[in-house]
Design a binder for this molecule. Sequence first.
Ligand code: GRF
Length: 201
Amino acid sequence: MLPIAVLASGSGTNLQALIDSAASDVDFGAEIVVVITDRPDSQALQRAANAGIATEVVTFDEHGNRDAFTKALCDAAEDHGAQVLVLAGFMRILAPDAVERFPNRILNIHPSLLPSFPGVDAVEQALNHGAKVTGVTVHFVDEQVDHGPIIAQEPVPILGEDTAESLHERIQQQEHRLYPEVVKALARHRLEVTGRSVEWR
Ligand code: GRF
């Protein structure tokens, strides 16, 4: 079993999809050993508790700068034996040190087809741009924001009547299917990374 830490700041629906897959798919190959949040009010804490998973709260304010915050997060993950960090709506940028400690071992999910619409408000950015298609990207994290090697993408059409809310809802449906699939592939050693290219074996 690949021990993973899930880092989440918000509602934690992607965390829930991972919890559900780990529980229902005997071949999943990964175990969530800890859920870490930077927000004490994150719903991720309740979801983890319901599933009997350990939790840690590491706030930015108690550490005061990105380097110390990142170190505390990585230490917490390692203390629980995690070998991989899975960012699931984690709203803080990690210092490059995290990538050094977990090279090609940090995953992120982003609600657009990168490299279009990186950063915050990706769903609003796509709508405001008048794009016809957006989607979901799962990628390894490198030193730059929303930039590392792309593992999987799923397009989502933008409809004329879409609001940011309705579009995000359809994007999330794809996220909840795609993220567990990628974590499973990683756990089962199916992902081969060469430079920016990720090959599924
Ligand atoms: C997702 O849309 C993800 O792509 C983005 O943040 C959102 C998190 O949603 N990075 P949730 O907390 O998993 O519900």
